[in-house]
Design a protein around this ligand. Structure first.
Ligand code: FES
Length: 159
């Protein structure tokens, strides 16, 4: 991730990514994934470039970025904690876990702690339904997350 690029760099690299994916059927999602992989988020500078290259409106591109929880429109913290919000996890205490995480971190969904350490994001099924409730810290999945496990994950992320 490189969030220190200027607008011209973002524009140039976004154009290159679009050029590499334009031939795909339904290129917008792969383009957004690649941009997020490259920059860590889909910046305001990238949206008009994508829109003009794909003959879409900015609102259409922005709508897709905000619709899918995988995409973020601002840089994440040093660590990303995702908590599953889908049904199996909700039925196994996911809501209480989410409230605990928000309280411990002092933030809401999609926000980052003041020290820049942790971004909290919802995710809709991590494929660990039989081990609900589940969480993911920086890409590593954790099942049967009890309150004390959550506390440990957050402490680890804040170190
Ligand atoms: S519902 Fe949470 S992992 Fe599937």
């Amino acid at each position: 991730m490189n969030v220190h690029l200027n607008a011209a760099d973002v524009s140039t690299r976004t154009r290159a990514i679009v050029a590499g994916c334009k031939h795909l059927e339904g290129p917008l999602l792969p383009i957004l994934h690649e941009i997020q992989h490259e920059f860590g988020f889909v910046s305001q500078e990238a949206v008009p470039v994508i829109a003009s290259e794909l003959n879409l409106s900015r609102a259409e591109v922005h709508g897709v970025v905000t619709f899918y929880h995988d995409f973020r429109d601002h840089p994440a913290g040093r660590h990303v904690l995702k908590l599953c919000r889908a049904e199996a996890c909700q039925s196994m205490g996911g809501e209480a876990l989410a409230e605990r995480a928000k309280k411990l971190l002092g933030i809401d969904w999609h926000q980052t702690t003041m020290d820049g350490a942790v971004t909290l994001e919802p995710v809709f099924c991590l494929g660990l339904c039989s081990c609900a409730p589940s969480a993911m810290l920086d890409g590593a999945v954790h099942g049967r997350v009890a309150a004390s496990d959550l506390d440990d994950l957050i402490a680890e992320a804040r170190q």
